[in-house]
Design a protein around this ligand. Sequence first.
Ligand code: APR
Length: 236
Amino acid sequence: MAYRKRIAVLSGAGVSAESGLLTYRDNGGLWDNYNPMDVASDKAWKQNPGLVLDFYNTQREKLQGIRPNDAHRLLASLEERFNVDIVTQNVDNLHERAGSTRVLHLHGEVTKIRPENSCNEADGFSENLVVDCGYSKVVLGDLAPNGAQYRPHIVFFGEPVPKIERAIDIFSAADIVLIVGTSLSVYPAAGLYRYACPKAPIYIIDPADIPVHDSRIIHIREKATTGMAAFLEMVQ
Ligand code: APR
């Protein structure tokens, strides 16, 4: 088979916006209604785990009735022509449900839980301790077989990002970088594109201004669905 170029994708909440999920920092976004330090940080988990569990129960419930949109499907269709790795900041499962086969969740997955004392192993978590709880609620007192309280399988603010090394490898090997639907405001995710080789074009799909300036950037100023259709025409 002829060599298929490697595309490294970094996706953010904007790619799920047209499925009906809120982004974090747009007007009316999630962080307009919650302070992330109260519901999504390691300190919050220590001080008020019940509030954190409630927040993620709400986010998990919102996923019910939500379906992938054309942007997710067009991203999955890239695999017909390219070697695609999606590094997503999203904790929803819409990339997988649209058919993408290589998805790395940098910030965790809202449909999964793990014992709060699960050890940090080479790839970040002993995956066999992670349980796919689908859309069910998790409350204080829901304990894992090892007796520990279940917690969301989410990287809280203040915690290390266990899969960042793997994500850096993906971007270091990329022939093409595609960034879709992220404000690039959270590191280390926002810095990943810098690992791509100097010759790799960097396409950014976002209807808003983008905070980065690099001669390699091609800004497709569209929402994700129309931007992805344009990208498919452009990329080769
Ligand atoms: N199509 C494409 N992009 C869109 C759309 C759309 N329909 N609607 C909004 N956007 C863009 C916004 O312009 C913005 O640049 O999506 C981006 C959303 O940015 P954020 O809300 O900051 O979300 P994200 O970048 O994914 O946040 C990163 O922050 O709170 C943490 O862990 C959380 O993973 C999250 C991280």
